[in-house]
Design a protein around this ligand. Sequence first.
Ligand code: PEP
Ligand code: MN
Length: 276
Amino acid sequence: MNSYISQLQKDGKLNKVLHKTQWQFTKKPFIISGPCSVESEDMIVNWALKLKELGVDALRGGAYKPCTYPITRTIGDNGWKEGLRETGLEFLKTARQESGLPIVSEIMDVQQINNLSMDAIDMIQVGTRNFQNYTLLDELGKLDKNVLLKRGTWGTIDEILGAVERLLVGGKARVAICLRGVVGAPSYRHVFPQIRWAPDIMMIPALKELCNIPIIYDPSHSTGYRNFVPAISRAAMAAGADGLALESHPDPDNSISDPDQAITIETLQEIMESIK
Ligand code: PEP
Ligand code: MN
């Protein structure tokens, strides 16, 4: 094997020195929660207040939403077009102001970095689809921002570490890795059609051996199915994750995006109590 990692192993240099980063959010477990997608100002503000009351540490909400099929790009009549986009970011700003929660939200391209609403985001999410968008990673690395890098559904361990290094080379970004399930959905998918990905729990201890980067586990996208979210949350924490990113919604079945995996506030509370 001739990888960067194996070379470091051979040289005896691979002792948690490979990657150093100053993640700003050090509470453990660090809980990120919120809807897949920002749907309206009322919804995101009220939900933020509820999450804050529960003890959640950061609010997630997609403003720019990459949809798998273009046909799902426009939903409803409130201007949602692969997200509420700049308007969604404004709503997130209000939610932060009202709740005090830092905001986690995805951006999809370099152009969006320059968007005036960018100060709405405290932790920029790089989604699975952009995991190896090196132009984007190079630019994000230069920002004095927290970056939550989601693993591409195909990403090998070398590709994960390589993408993290891309960000760190920029010299400014503070990075955490988010594991969110990988290709190879389980053989029982015909019984549970919501399942799209296979949980990647073993990557947690694997990365922990190699680097000091915080690891946030996403049981929502990993399972795709809300009934499995509590068990996989506990499994990820038991495996050493530093925190969780959980999609939650006031009316899960009617979520604009990812309805099958959204959990209620009660389930979220149960999960948080069970991993204390
Ligand atoms: C998300 O977290 O909103 C999301 C789109 O996830 P992923 O990029 O992992 O599919
Ligand atoms: Mn989602």
